[in-house]
Design a protein around this ligand. Structure first.
Ligand code: SAM
Length: 284
């Protein structure tokens, strides 16, 4: 059907994101020793503007994510919605910033591919086994559940099914919770993404929601506090010594295209703070 074809195109976007991240890391924009296990080859050259755009996106998202995890002293959970082939779990493990549990959700077929890679690549499976205490690690074709890392196949447009599956895997509504959507809500209708954002606000009393998207699609329904920065601004507030370093990697004589590109996107974050973590240090 048309819906199946459209959904298939959406699922394929996880490859695009990881292919671009693989290329940028091969150029030295940032380090990701794990993306190679999800994207086999470095692939075609990408324009420097694209690489810098991904640099700002990844560093900007990491900045907010790490701030939340530090603030809660890792006594929190993270839910990456539409995680695709993202490698953040392994980065957090390497940086000693692992939350109590890291959840990922994506379409069942994307999840099946990710799990297959994890099963067959020891650098991916080892950290998972190391952080698991019992012998009851669940690893079938469609879901993975260990003590610290869980991957669930579900459609984000079906909220009751999503809620049920996450709770089955010990999602704890009482724990400070970080929800992340990186280029995901844009693939849903406004009412579908609004339901998802509302569900998050209704489910957790102390939480932060980080969304990377095109600027226009900003939502704050049900949240106490929300902020957004366009990516041009994010780029200018990232640690400037590192920005200087990456600007030397590839020559860019015309800055205008980069500015236009960055201005089309934004990071938005929303907070609910019953436990009074303090929202001051959670932004930029
Ligand atoms: N967040 C990852 C990143 O930035 O590298 C992947 C981004 S990719 C552009 C979008 C992801 O959202 C895809 O993996 C896609 O399958 C997932 N996605 C979109 N709509 C979804 C839905 N209704 N249910 C589950 N996953 C969805």
């Amino acid at each position: 059907t048309d819906t199946d074809t459209a959904d298939e195109a959406v699922r394929a976007t996880c490859d695009d994101a990881s292919i671009c991240k693989r290329f940028a890391t091969s150029k030295g924009y940032w380090k990701d020793p794990y993306v190679q296990y999800f994207v086999r080859s470095v692939g075609e050259r990408k324009a420097p503007e694209i690489n810098r755009g991904y640099y700002a996106r990844v560093q900007g998202m990491n900045h907010l994510l790490d701030a939340f995890i530090r603030k809660t002293e890792c006594d929190c959970q993270v839910i990456s919605l539409g995680a695709g082939l993202d490698t953040t779990f392994w980065r957090l493990k390497d940086e000693n910033l692992m939350p109590r549990k890291y959840f990922e959700v994506d379409f069942p077929t994307v999840v099946a591919r990710k799990i297959h890679n994890i099963k067959t690549k020891p650098p991916l499976s080892k950290p998972l086994i190391e952080t698991h205490s019992t012998d009851s690690l669940l690893l079938d074709g469609h879901s993975l559940d260990s003590d610290r890392y869980c991957i669930v196949g579900a459609d984000l447009r079906d909220i009751s099914n999503l809620d049920e599956k996450l709770k089955k895997f010990q999602l704890n509504p009482e724990l400070p919770t970080l929800l992340v959507t990186e280029c995901v809500l844009v693939y849903m209708t406004p009412s579908q993404s609004s339901r998802l954002v509302h569900w998050a606000a209704d489910t957790f009393h102390t939480a932060m929601f980080i969304n990377y998207e095109q600027k226009e699609r900003f939502l704050k329904a049900g949240w106490e506090h929300a902020d957004a920065l366009d990516m041009m601004t994010v780029y200018s507030v990232l640690p400037q010594d590192d920005v200087t370093r990456i600007e030397r990697l590839e020559f860019l004589d015309e800055k205008e295209l980069l500015q236009q590109l960055l201005q089309h996107y934004s990071i938005c974050w929303a907070i609910k703070d019953k436990l009074k973590l303090g929202k001051g240090q959670l932004g930029f």
